[in-house]
Design a protein around this ligand. Structure first.
Ligand SMILES: Cc1cc2nc3c(=O)[nH]c(=O)nc-3n(C[C@H](O)[C@H](O)[C@H](O)COP(=O)(O)OP(=O)(O)OC[C@H]3O[C@@H](n4cnc5c(N)ncnc54)[C@H](O)[C@@H]3O)c2cc1C
Length: 408
């Protein structure tokens, strides 16, 4: 027999169980309160920091797990605990992964620790790509970064929206247009250091779900950042832009832009979050169905309920397998020839919405109240078919990739 296995190794099991303990003991009891408050759960983030679960070291270790499963295993357990609190924690990770994946060693060493702060003074970070007129259509981005060669500084102007941790972050990663002629290929990511003048928070959104996670506009007015804050450095950007211009002249193949590169790498991780929410709701529904008695027998005795639970579990396991495959592929450097990253996010997001809706149904009237957690889980799950690329956009990416055609 070969080496193939889907079993987690002992280290991964240890990390999974450790996060599960935190999720069960700290996140779950706090979930309803922070959902009602609609505020960033700073004390919970601090607890996570104290045990090392909210730290650069932990996420770097998970990110560089050679099997690719470090991040998805961590995400599933955190979001099993609570999605709103989980997203407050993970908003930082998305920004950090952008730097870990595309930044120079110096940028990683300087900025990623500042994204997390210290256990006594915790901080969060934000990744700002979306704009009012550039959601699914990233190429419509208007935020502009202009290089001031004399001062070796970039000057950024524009308005970002929907930024998780936007405006309250210590470090913001901002995607901006550096060469408008190149459309989506003429974009780059910038680190905006703490306290940089000109960056401010706009509207904070009141949301349907993941209400413990802060989502806001970020306004950038003549924001000046040093040349060293261009993610990956100027040399790499100039090379990339030169290649893009060359390809544009030759009408050649498309080149991925900076924001898309971050999204592509993070999609399986987002899928894993959705798996965590779905698993949480399924477990509540399974327990409830075994104990709730109607017509003189537990409701699970009816195939109508039992089969729904069977489908829930099957879809959750299928979603997890898609997530694990895509995460393994990304880490092993296998190209996503059938948009496997998008597949994993699409299926896991749709699964979370479907499973949580059915969990509510199985709990009957109780499922509809805030006395039970499934209505919150259902509200939280709804974002998973919208952010990090809507389900329609994932289908578009998959369809284009498998057909080789510019499907619209
Ligand atoms: C809570 C929350 C947190 C977020 N966090 C972040 C963050 O941290 N950083 C960040 O940069 N962004 C973030 N986002 C933004 C998110 O990624 C966008 O909302 C998402 O990409 C969709 O963009 P949009 O809202 O402008 O919708 P639109 O692009 O306007 O889409 C509207 C509808 O049209 C459909 N549609 C659009 N184009 C097509 C097409 N070609 N074919 C078929 N259907 C299409 C969409 O699928 C959708 O159903 C967040 C959003 C939310 C709500």
């Amino acid at each position: 027999m070969g080496d193939f296995t889907l079993e987690l190794n002992d280290d991964q099991k240890g990390v999974r169980d450790w996060i599960h303990g935190f999720a069960a003991d700290v996140m779950r009891p706090a979930a309803a309160e922070w959902d009602e408050r609609e505020e960033t759960p700073w004390p919970v983030i601090q607890e996570a920091a104290k045990i090392g679960l909210y730290s650069m070291d932990f996420y770097a270790q998970a990110f560089f797990d050679p099997t690719g499963l470090g991040i998805p295993v961590a995400m599933e357990e955190l979001f099993w605990g609570d999605a709103g609190i989980g997203l407050s924690i993970v908003g930082t990770t998305l920004a950090a992964v952008g730097v870990l994946a595309n930044g120079t060693e110096e940028q990683i060493g300087t900025w990623v620790p500042q994204m997390f702060g210290t256990p006594d003074d915790v901080k969060v970070a934000a990744f700002c790509s979306s704009e009012p007129d550039a959601g699914s259509d990233v190429s419509a981005m208007r935020t502009r970064a202009v290089y001031d060669e004399a001062k070796d500084e970039w000057v950024i102007n524009g308005t970002k929206t929907w930024a998780t941790n936007g405006g309250i972050a210590n470090v913001h990663i901002v995607v901006a247009v550096v060469d408008p002629e190149l459309g989506a290929r003429g974009q780059a990511s910038f680190i905006v250091p703490p306290g940089t003048p000109g960056l401010s928070q706009g509207q904070k959104f009141k949301k349907h779900g993941i209400r413990a996670s802060h989502t806001a506009e970020v306004v950038l007015e003549d924001v000046r950042v040093p040349g060293s804050c261009l993610l990956g450095g100027k040399e790499r950007l100039d090379e990339r832009l030169a290649r893009a211009r060359e390809k544009q002249r030759n009408g050649g193949e498309r080149i991925k832009n900076a924001a898309m590169a971050t999204f592509e790498a993070s999609r399986p991780a987002v899928g894993a979050q959705a798996v965590g929410i779905a698993r949480a709701a399924y477990e509540v529904a399974l327990d409830y169905a075994k104990t709730r008695v109607q017509f003189g027998r537990p409701i699970i005795d009816n195939q109508g309920i039992a089969f729904t639970l069977a489908d829930m579990r099957t879809r959750i396991d299928a979603a997890r397998l898609l997530v694990w495959r895509a995460s393994w592929m990304a880490t092993a450097g296998k190209p996503f020839t059938a948009a496997e990253g998008s597949m994993s996010k699409l299926y896991a997001g749709e699964t979370a919405k479907w499973v949580t809706a059915n969990a509510m149904q199985i709990l009957g009237g109780n499922g509809f109240t805030r006395e039970y957690p499934v209505e919150r889980m259902h509200r939280d799950a709804a974002i998973y078919t919208i952010f990090e690329g809507t389900s329609e956009i994932q289908r578009l990416v998959i369809a284009r990739t498998i057909s080789g055609l510019p499907i619209r």
